[in-house]
Design a protein around this ligand. Structure first.
Ligand code: 8YV
Length: 310
């Protein structure tokens, strides 16, 4: 057995990350539980994505696991209590992806409100000379509610302000050092706003936070944007609301059961869909990938993490 620490890679990693990691570690991609058994005792670290996390059966199968380096900011798919109990350290790529994820929220809002995807299809189909298009919706003077006002929520607010739109936010607590209005009740925020943007963390506390009540409050002229987690939305209820035009539209980067999402989404024309791409730019994924590697190197050099969570 190699004396170099074994690292289990749960999500695929970029070639430059592999190259860097292979200089110090023995890499094992996760395939099946049976395959994992062959080398489980040699695994001392994990790399994974925020959406994949570390399933309990994998964490339980690794008796010598010491560190998890997440290529993302979400830790909702990692049992942090169990990690603490076993003295397993956890690091994320905090502060690398805020701006790109905020940009994606704005991209989705503009794309769905200005009907960009349907317009693109219309032009490509050669339909322009033959028929008129429905009018889209203006952004100016509209009200935007942001649910979740951490780094990403605040970066979205900053961008939205440039569009002459009004912003208010829902959060577990007020952020008095920001210039925006705090709304402690999510339903009231949904009633007030024209666009509801979800930027909350995933996990039990936010699961199915967007239910029929909230979508009814958002109303038939309201748009929902989700760059947070699929788990935040009751998807069956959302699909019904979109189908029946009880809300105007949705821009979604995240879903339940990614990448095998509910195919009912494919038929909706008032919805813009992305394949969890908010942080997927060359610049940000390079910064994230380097931080994932640097956290592992720091840990195995002197026991520290650059961006620890646990
Ligand atoms: C990434 C994410 O797409 O940060 C997160 O938690 O979900 C995303 O930024 C994902 O981690 C890619 O691996």
């Amino acid at each position: 057995m190699s004396s170099r620490p074994g690292i289990l890679t749960i999500d695929p990693i970029l070639p430059f990350m592999r190259e860097r990691l292979e200089q110090s570690f023995e890499l094992h991609p996760y395939t099946t539980p049976e395959d994992l058994q062959r080398f489980a005792p040699s695994i001392r670290g994990i790399t994974t994505g925020g959406a994949s996390g570390v399933p309990a059966e994998i964490m339980n199968a690794l008796p010598n696991l010491e560190v998890i380096s997440v290529n993302g900011v979400g830790t909702d798919r990692i049992d942090l209590q169990e990690a603490k109990r076993r003295n397993i350290r956890v690091a994320t790529t905090q502060n690398t992806l805020t701006e790109d994820v905020a940009d994606m929220a704005v991209v989705l809002m503009m794309t769905v409100m200005r009907d960009v995807v349907n317009n693109d299809r219309f032009v490509r189909a050669g339909s322009w000379p033959h028929s008129p298009l429905p009018l889209s919706r203006s952004l100016t003077k509209k009200r935007v509610g942001i649910a979740g006002f951490g780094h990403i929520g605040q970066a979205i607010a900053k961008r939205i302000s440039a569009f002459d739109m009004e912003v208010a936010y829902f959060n577990s607590h007020a952020k008095p050092d920001t210039p925006y209005r705090f709304e402690p009740d999510l339903k009231s925020l949904a009633e007030w706003c024209d666009v509801l943007i979800l930027a909350v963390s995933g996990g039990a506390r936010s699961a199915n936070m967007i239910d029929n009540d909230i979508l009814t409050a958002l109303g038939k002229d309201g748009f929902l944007i989700n760059i947070a987690r699929g788990t935040v939305v009751d998807e069956n209820v959302l699909l019904e609301a979109l189908k029946e035009k009880r809300i105007a539209g949705a821009g979604l980067d995240v879903f339940q059961n990614e990448p095998d999402i509910n195919p009912a989404f494919f038929a909706l024309t008032n919805t813009v869909l992305q394949a969890h791409q908010a942080s997927a730019t060359v610049e940000t994924r390079t910064a994230m990938g380097n931080l994932v590697v640097n956290n592992l190197i720091a840990y195995f050099t002197d026991g520290t993490l650059l961006t620890p969570v646990v």
